[in-house]
Design a protein around this ligand. Structure first.
Ligand code: SF4
Ligand code: SF4
Length: 357
């Protein structure tokens, strides 16, 4: 249905940046699930997986082609691969202006781009009891953290990384497809058009692969029943006590003070991890020389044995999955394996067992 583009419609790409439509028509009129409030989506991701671009595509499609108001912005960590990225999208009826750039604290939908983020309670914080939680993971056991979701919320799993690798695309195209497939009021054709437009100018060669990835994401997802056990809406993540501009400590807050031992780089890995076969290892130490993050755990060799020091394994808390160790190992003792939920926890050899067992 075509109708004049409403004057009030615009999209906030970043706080304070507003883009008005250049078109005078919308292609579809959309009814949001809750006429009296915004529909709010939070993308939980790390740098490099395209969460910001996904939010931008969704809000742009909503404003330019669905006759909605939309706002989108992202909050970044340190702008390097593996840093946390949260991207927020608000959709509202066209007569309801969006006058906030505050983070989405009580989302209708949470989309998790990386399974390692499931460990952090902030990832699911604020999810409404009738909300939808979409996470990227291959088939296999459901992480126990997801029992903390509302019993009445929808839980959806999609192997976004696997599909993206097969289609030579990125997880954001797959997850956008899943989001559209999960919410019938979001027209898949309109969002796919917006995704295509995003790439047609800069990367025309990526259009076909992103289209396939999107379409598979819209259909190849699983509804997981009976996982969440919490009653009601989840509490929003707010610091306690709630610090404001007058009360927060000068200099800011370091939630994990200390040194590099407290860093957790698990979320930097994007689907693959090194796995050690001790039987093939000759404890030469080449992997240790090339590892940029000192992740390899060594122990004493056996009394009177051949080796003074022996490689015990990898502390995956610090491993960012760069694969330098795998590429350098002369015996094939370290191999590149697909990371499945819980595998790193099962194989991890702690470097500092007294501090972080
Ligand atoms: S490079 Fe390979 S063989 Fe040498 S210590 Fe590392 S894992 Fe063992
Ligand atoms: S994958 Fe990279 S970060 Fe991880 S143990 Fe190997 S060299 Fe170190």
């Amino acid at each position: 249905m075509n109708r004049p583009f409403p004057e009030a419609t615009g999209v906030n790409l970043l706080p304070g940046v507003r883009i008005e439509s250049t078109s005078n028509v919308v292609s579809q009129a959309i009814c949001l699930p809750h006429p009296d409030r915004f529909f709010e989506i939070r993308f939980e991701s790390i740098g490099g997986l395209g969460a910001h671009a996904a939010g931008q595509v969704l809000a742009t499609a909503a404003v330019l082609h669905m006759g909605l108001n939309g706002a989108h912005f992202s909050s970044y960590g340190s702008e390097k691969k593996g840093s946390l990225v949260r991207s927020f999208v608000r959709l509202g009826h066209v007569e309801r202006p969006i006058r906030t750039s505050a983070p989405v604290e009580t989302p209708d939908a949470v989309v998790v781009f990386h399974a390692a983020l499931l460990r952090n309670p902030a990832t699911r914080a604020g999810l409404l009891k009738d909300g939808t939680f979409i996470y990227n993971a291959p088939p296999g056991p459901v992480p126990e953290e997801l029992a903390a979701l509302p019993r009445t919320a929808r839980l959806i799993r999609v192997n976004a990384l696997g599909i993206a690798m097969e289609e030579k695309s990125r997880p954001n195209a797959v997850l956008l497809g899943t989001l559209a497939g999960a919410f019938p009021f979001l027209p898949t054709d309109v969002i796919l058009d917006a995704l295509t437009e995003e790439f047609a100018g800069k990367h025309p060669e990526a259009v076909a692969s992103n289209t396939r990835a999107f379409q598979r994401g819209a259909t190849e997802f699983e509804l997981m029943d009976g996982v969440g056990r919490a009653e009601g809406d989840l509490p929003a993540a707010r610091s306690e006590p709630a610090w404001g501009y007058q009360t927060q400590p000068p200099g800011g807050i370091l939630p994990e003070p200390g040194n590099m031992a407290w860093n957790d780089l698990s979320a930097s890995r994007t689907g693959v991890m090194p796995v050690l076969d001790v039987e093939k290892c000759i404890h030469c130490g080449v992997c240790d020389l090339v590892c940029p993050d000192f992740c390899l755990a060594w122990g004493e060799g056996a009394e009177g044995g051949k080796y003074e020091r022996m490689l015990m394994g990898v502390d995956y808390r610090y491993c960012k999955g760069c694969m330098r160790c795998v590429e350098s190992c002369p015996t094939g003792a370290l191999t590149r394996e697909t990371e499945t939920p819980g595998l790193a926890d099962r194989l991890r050899v702690p470097l500092f067992p007294d501090l972080i067992p």
